[in-house]
Design a protein around this ligand. Sequence first.
Ligand code: UD1
Length: 415
Amino acid sequence: MINGGQRLKGEVIISGSKNATLAIIAAACLCDSPVVLHNVPLIEDIFDMREILFSMGCKTHIDAHGVMVIEPDTLNSCFAVHPKMKSIRAASYFMGALVGRFRIGCVSMPGGCKIGSRPINYHLDGFEALGVKSRIVEDKIFLNAYGDLIGGDITLPYPSVGATVNLMIAAALAKGKTVIKNAAAEPNVVDAANFLVSVGADIKGIGTPIVEINGVKKLVQTSPYTISPDHIEAGTFLIYCCIAGGELTLKNTRLKDLEKVIATLREMGAKIICENNTIKISCQGRLKAAHITTGPHPEFPTDLQQLMLSLMAVCDGVSTITETVFENRFQQAQELNHMGAKINIQGNTAVIEGVEKLNPSKLAASDLRGGAALVGAALKAKGVSIISGDNYISRGYQDIVGKLSSVRAIIDYYG
Ligand code: UD1
């Protein structure tokens, strides 16, 4: 429940990156020592990932401060087959982790938010280049390297985040050199690679389109690894401030992950000051319309596109969003139009005629970022909005209700 119309004011501490943590948890399965992670976000996707690990015998522990311990030596199954696999996209990383560790594996077909068809052909073609054969039987993928994984050359048809991470994980302990061309460079990919390096992997070209992995014999952690800040959560709060107006200070952020987003919001009229790992934003009045096109990093992140749709719905003028990454990512447009927004979807482009106000409404979230976008719209609409499907939102945002309440939003949660 949100009683919208309040300006936001105060400080928000950004949590660790969801997508980086999920990749790193899978990568940790390759290690010969317990792995300690700091700054792990306390969100449903992480709890679900622990359940999947538990079903494979792997002991993990997480405390209220986001310190997580994974004991990879207790992992005694090569079956990542669990109902939760359907809800977490990053569960696909168990493919790389299991073949990397056991040379064989069986993984439920990964699901995740329904924002497009999301095939895994780049992952499987890449594994093939490392000598891993795959077979899909009903909703399971069976993988077998028939011996050691051997490094290979892979050119991804598209800089896929998932395929890049999965192949880095699989190649970390393979024999010889693997080269991934057209690799993704998203901050979470960089974090996953940095984690692997911290436990002894040999990876060069991190964050560039050509990543080279020289297989090593074993991976051992010598000191805890701290997960990077979640740039999508930081971007979400920046956009909330632009929608609702007010002043926010975001702590524990990393500017370089958000350059495109910050440049866009500045062009639209937001005042943003960045100092070290703090971003201060202040927004008075309506922002100006803008035109964005999503794309692989460093282009505008698709994960913040849906939040921008809520913002542009109340901007001054006609905005457009062109979505080039996923084919079904304007699902919440209909809900926004129920609130009085004027959004017209034409293929992969949304044309948004900004309105001055939105009406409070009963809204249904149908995916994680779309749900977060509806929260943004409800913060603007004067009066009480009710959002169902909040389980999607808690998958990716740590204590979003507490964080928004602490900056003067009137919001509560009835589970
Ligand atoms: C990850 C993120 C997601 C983010 C996306 C793009 C996680 C858990 N999820 O998703 O939040 O929105 O990156 O930044 O980190 N594709 C294929 N075949 C493949 C793989 C991908 O055709 O084998 C296509 C996809 O359908 C999509 C595009 O490539 O159109 C990009 O997908 P990808 O970068 O792989 O996204 P995910 O890893 O699924």
